[in-house]
Design a protein around this ligand. Structure first.
Ligand code: NAD
Length: 334
């Protein structure tokens, strides 16, 4: 069994590679990543020398290079994590989101059609459903909730989802899609909320919180997400969408306060900054379908997961310190 994992030098993709290599030592894993600012080859050091692992520096929009890898590896399953993933950057530079997230996905599926595939799995996001009001805690996103995007990022992911479902209907490509809520855990680039706050707090830098910090996200420990994808690619039905979420809604401000408490840092570090344009208020996933069909539910409680995450960043200062030293990333980080 050969699994082609795109975007495996990023946050969730690398965690997925570690999870799969540990769980299925007999599988071959081929990681395809073009190493944008968000990709870090050093993350893959622990598996780089493994005989059943291969890394290829390839852009998923490069049709020729992608087809060559398919020709050489003949993957049984493709899991597409590769994406531009940061909403803020999609607001300032939307174009690259359309190229990678939409065109890149179509190139991968064209290669799947050409060479044959057991499963093409698209890693998508709950952001395709738009947002929910803060005063309606009874509302959740189900797989039937209409697509209603807010940012160029979520629009590009929604466009890719529609394309994936059209390849199923039109060409019979065996596809599946998971739409997951916000992930947290080791190896997340320190531009996203949780690692940014941990790293800034450790450096005694200000902790910038959008608006009043009231936006609500449904947080899931990354390993729980990896387990959900593992179940879907092996046992999930083709042509189906599965929502993946933790039933763990938290306000941004409460998360930042919790990080301050865990690190023994003063809440005075918190600074409220002008809100993100078009900022979604609340995301909340109803994961009943994946529970019913595949028996998946989250295993890591938030209190436990956030402590493991903080401990990981404390013990891996070199990993994020090196990233922050990179000249091209300093401006972005600031
Ligand atoms: N992080 C979350 O909370 C979350 C939640 C739900 C869904 N997702 C989805 O999961 C996937 C992975 O997210 P992440 O947080 O790990 O992202 P990330 O930004 O940490 O990693 C993305 C990876 O993709 C690579 N990449 C980008 N463009 C590429 C291209 N054109 N060709 C090849 N490689 C390319 C990058 O180098 C990087 O290694 C994304 O599709 C994202 O939409 C993320």
């Amino acid at each position: 069994m050969t699994i082609l994992v795109t975007g495996g030098a990023g946050f969730i993709g690398s965690n997925f590679i570690f999870y799969m290599m540990d769980r299925y030592p007999e599988y071959r894993i081929v990681c395809l990543d073009c190493l944008t600012y968000a990709g870090n080859l050093a993350t893959l050091d622990p598996v780089m020398e493994s005989p059943n692992f291969r890394f290829a520096k390839v852009n998923i929009t490069d049709r020729e290079a992608v087809f060559r890898i398919f020709e050489e590896e003949k993957p049984d399953i493709v899991v597409n994590f590769a994406a531009e993933s940061h909403v803020d950057r999609s607001i300032t530079h939307p174009q690259i989101f359309l190229e990678t997230n939409i065109i890149g996905t179509s190139v991968l599926m064209d290669a799947c059609r050409r060479y044959g595939i057991g499963r093409f799995h698209q890693v998508s996001t709950d952001e395709v459903y738009g947002d929910l009001p803060l005063d309606r805690p009874d509302l959740f996103f189900t797989e039937e909730t209409p697509i209603h995007t807010s940012s160029p990022y979520s629009s590009s992911k929604a466009a890719a989802d529609l394309l994936v479902l059209s390849y199923y209907r039109t060409y019979g490509l065996p596809v599946s899609i998971s739409r997951c809520s916000n992930n947290y855990g080791p190896y997340q680039f320190p531009e996203k909320l949780i690692p940014l706050m941990i790293v800034n707090a450790l450096n005694d830098d200000p902790l910038p919180v959008y608006g009043k910090g009231e936006n609500v996200r449904d947080w899931l420990y990354v390993e729980d997400h990896c387990r959900a994808i593992d179940l879907i690619i092996h046992n999930g039905r083709t042509g189906e969408v599965y929502n993946v979420g933790g039933h763990n809604e938290m306000r941004n401000l409460d998360i930042v306060r919790m990080i301050c408490r865990e690190l023994g840092k003063p809440e005075e570090l918190i600074t409220f900054v002008a809100d993100r344009k078009g900022h979604d208020l609340r995301y909340a996933i109803d994961p009943a379908k994946i529970y019913r069909e595949l028996g998946w539910c989250p295993e890591t409680k938030f209190e436990e997961g956030i402590r493991m995450t903080i401990r990981w960043y404390l013990e891996h200062r070199e990993w994020w310190g090196t990233l922050l030293q990179r000249g091209d990333l300093q401006k972005l980080y600031k």
